[in-house]
Design a protein around this ligand. Structure first.
Ligand SMILES: Cc1cc2nc3c(=O)[nH]c(=O)nc-3n(C[C@H](O)[C@H](O)[C@H](O)COP(=O)(O)O)c2cc1C
Length: 188
């Protein structure tokens, strides 16, 4: 399968930018870290508001994590395995939180894993010392990279996600996208 090349405009063009404020981070299937080495923050589709109507595919933008002040607890994934919700505890000020970070978002059915429900998953392009299930995520969606694809091997999915991350980083480094950091920064 050939990866489509979609030109990224110099500045976000409609319907972008789309801003999503303080969406909760829920537990996905947990394959993001284990099977593909790319951890993702799963966002309930209802939290996306207008972004819910977007075509499935891969998007990019800026994001910020808001810790939630509550006790840690344990939740169950759909497959019965347990996951600890730390709500952002242990994240470092100005490094992991109180700072705007680049992200790529996969919106869709994850055909490779044959999901039955549509999912929004955000990979924050940053190294975190802890997981942050239960925290909240503010993000803006600024552009579209490619449609969702089905893959014959996990290696080709991993390779394409690597390219998505490079495309997102390159675009966000340009003037036309840097200025949109502020929009996320300003959400309290
Ligand atoms: C940038 C990015 C692009 C992705 N592209 C695809 C894709 O084209 N096709 C697909 O089946 N899954 C795609 N995925 C979704 C992965 O399959 C997904 O992250 C994985 O199923 C982990 O999900 P989990 O957190 O629910 O376990 C993508 C994920 C990311 C972060």
């Amino acid at each position: 399968m050939t990866r489509p090349v979609i030109p990224i405009p110099k500045t976000p063009s409609p319907p972008f930018p789309l801003l999503v404020k303080r969406a909760p981070i829920i537990a996905g299937f947990g394959r993001g870290s284990s099977a593909i080495g790319c951890p993702t923050a799963n966002i309930p589709i209802e939290a996306l508001s207008e972004a819910d109507k977007l075509d499935t595919g891969v998007y990019f933008g800026w994001c910020k994590i808001h810790p939630v002040d509550t006790q840690k607890d344990v939740h169950q994934r759909q497959d019965g395995t347990q996951v600890e919700f730390k709500y952002g505890d242990g994240l470092r000020k100005e490094v992991d939180i109180n700072t705007v970070l680049p992200m790529v978002m996969s919106l869709g059915w994850n055909p490779f894993f044959k999901n039955k429900e549509k999912a929004a998953e955000i990979h924050v392009i940053h190294k975190f010392p802890e997981t942050f299930y239960g925290a909240e995520l503010t993000f803006n969606i600024l552009g579209y990279i490619r449609p969702e694809l089905d893959y014959t091997s996990v290696e080709s999915l991993i390779k394409d996600i690597g390219i998505d991350i490079e495309v997102a980083k390159d675009s966000l480094a340009t003037e036309g996208y840097q200025s949109y950091k502020e929009q996320v920064h300003n959400v309290k």
